[in-house]
Design a protein around this ligand. Structure first.
Ligand code: 0L1
Ligand code: MG
Length: 264
């Protein structure tokens, strides 16, 4: 991928985003300062952030596809999906309390996660390739947290902020892809005992495996592959719901059990 940013600009933007992520404060979107910023520039900043986190001892466990439904793109005012990286430090066990002290304005969304058993590579990765390379799927709840003021951004800025990645909780019941309709999984999200969102996994680009293929093809553009053993969240099935301390969330998935988490 070509970038229009200088190495110094990449470091400066990376440090700005890292500061906001680590110390949980909001910042203006990067394009306010640099309106020419492209999607490629956003990935250059995200890649610098990934290298920095790994240098600091975090382990890359997988990736996420973001902005994968039409409704979500319209909601956030962007016209293309994005990807972000996931590290072990972002993972939280089921049924534990997630602190909001180190988050800016967290929201939760229900996703289907793929666990791969073979390497996947672009440039023309397809749904069939993804399904063949998948060991199993399982439910996951992503806690997204844009570091931008008022959760307002554009595509280059959100990509630089690692596509709003913050925390994730995987759980429920893992299933082989042969045993379920991956594009027909119904989901209901409960907040404090009330259903606040419902959806079907078909909302994710028609089929969640298509979102994973898209992710693999973006990795190819960055000269990378998706290794076997990766954990990949395929994108929000439901709209993202804002959470605050004291909230309890249960995501119930057809055929895949449920994932519970709470916030303090
Ligand atoms: O996981 C997602 O779909 C989020 C991508 C970034 C946009 C947002 O923060 O809503
Ligand atoms: Mg998501």
């Amino acid at each position: 991928m070509k970038t229009s940013l200088t190495p110094e600009q990449i470091i400066r933007f990376c440090e700005r985003v890292e500061g906001a992520q680590r110390r949980a404060y909001d910042i203006p979107k990067l394009t306010n300062e640099y309106p020419e910023m492209t999607v490629e520039d956003g990935y250059a900043v995200q890649n610098a952030l990934r290298a920095r986190f790994i240098e600091q001892g975090e382990k890359l466990v997988g990736w996420k596809a973001g902005l994968t439904s039409k409704a979500k793109m319209v909601q956030m005012g962007v016209d293309k999906p994005s990807i972000g990286f996931l590290t072990d430090a972002m993972s939280r066990p089921e049924n534990t309390a997630i602190s909001t002290d180190d988050l800016v304005h967290p929201r939760v969304e229900c996703e289907v996660a793929f666990i791969t058993k073979a390497e996947l590579s672009g440039p023309a990765c397809t749904r069939a390739d993804v399904l063949a390379a998948t060991d199993f799927v399982m439910p996951a709840v992503e806690v997204i947290d844009s570091r931008y003021e008022n959760f307002k951004f554009d595509l280059p800025s959100v990509i630089a902020d690692n596509s709003s990645s913050a925390r994730f909780v995987a759980g429920g019941r893992p299933r082989y892809v042969e045993d379920i309709e991956v594009d027909g999984i119904g989901v209901a999200m409960e907040l404090n005992g009330e259903i606040v969102e419902m959806g079907s996994s078909a909302a994710v680009m028609g089929h969640p495996a298509d979102a994973v293929a898209m992710l693999v093809n973006i990795l190819h553009d960055m000269g990378e592959v998706l290794p076997a053993g990766s954990f990949v969240m395929s994108g929000g099935i439901t709209a993202a719901v804002a959470v605050k301390p004291g909230d309890n969330v249960i995501a119930r998935y057809q055929d895949l059990g449920s994932v519970s988490l709470r916030f303090e």
